[in-house]
Design a protein around this ligand. Structure first.
Ligand SMILES: Nc1ncnc2c1ncn2[C@@H]1O[C@H](COP(=O)(O)OP(=O)(O)OP(=O)(O)O)[C@@H](O)[C@H]1O
Length: 241
């Protein structure tokens, strides 16, 4: 589903991302973790065709991704770390807009939207202007917009920031279930407990480079620490302790 080869991004001679290589298959949840400024958002923006790479390439569904690849973009969703929704629309108008942009069947849209509104406790709150929502409510509307058309690949940059504990748990369960249906999730997060619970594959990026990559069991094996949490592993490898 995703193949990243020798991917790099330079800003004025500074390597924000360097020689990244990895693949993500169908039914996998890939957790992409790293300290602040390590290159996660830069990478995800290159993968979703929002930012041009300085070197290397990204393939989605076996085809090279690019800024103009609308037919590939139709099959993915991306929620940036600070979603910028149109404030003058109501939640309902925003979601209707998403439905028409993705040319969804009306019945499928209503059904999926209803499920997601229940999941995130947003029923009865769709007729408020987006700019009047709290931060967490805006995040939920962005999530519903990303999930409602059931993309084949879901890119999430820090999706749990601002979510209350119940929504956090519901999102976690939703993502777990989503990949069992053959979908793919690419997630960046500082919530290492979440990554530990649901990731099938983990890559730690540090100063723009791949520091470690594997399943939790493989990372534990490499450090010869069978009981280590992902937080232990992360802090050990990134010099946090
Ligand atoms: N538009 C830009 N111009 C110059 N440098 C940039 C730009 N965007 C990002 N950078 C630099 O690239 C590096 C990686 O930034 P990036 O936002 O990808 O990190 P991140 O891992 O997502 O961080 P965080 O966890 O804080 O969100 C940082 O050194 C950052 O200062």
């Amino acid at each position: 589903m995703i193949k990243v080869k020798q991917l790099g991004k330079e800003y004025g001679g500074h390597h924000a991302v360097k020689d990244l290589e990895f693949s993500v298959g169908e039914g996998e949840l890939f957790a992409f973790i790293g300290p602040n400024g390590s290159g996660k958002s830069t990478t995800i923006r290159m993968m979703t065709g929002l930012l041009r790479a300085t070197s290397g390439s990204v393939e989605l569904f076996g085809e090279e991704m690019g800024m103009d690849k609308v037919h590939l973009k139709r099959r993915i969703s991306f929620i940036p770390d600070t979603p910028d929704l149109i404030g003058k629309l109501t939640g309902r108008e925003y979601l209707n807009f998403i439905s028409s942009a993705y040319r969804m069947d009306e019945t499928d849209f209503r059904e999926e939207q209803q499920k997601l509104l229940e999941l995130f406790d947003l029923e009865g709150k769709l007729d408020t202007l987006v700019e009047e929502y709290s931060h967490g409510m805006r995040q939920k509307v962005a999530l519903i917009g990303a999930l409602v058309h059931r993309p084949d690949i879901l890119f999430l940059d820090e999706p749990t920031v601002g979510l209350d504990p119940k929504s956090n748990r519901n999102l976690k369960n939703y993502l777990r279930d989503y990949i069992t249906q053959g979908k793919t999730v690419f997630l960046t997060t500082h919530n290492l407990a979440l990554a530990e619970e649901i990731a099938t594959d983990i890559l730690i990026i540090y100063n723009g480079e791949n520091l470690a990559h594997g399943s939790l069991a493989e990372l534990r094996g490499r450090l010869e620490e069978p009981d280590a949490t992902l937080e232990d592993i992360f802090l050990k490898l990134t010099g946090g302790i």
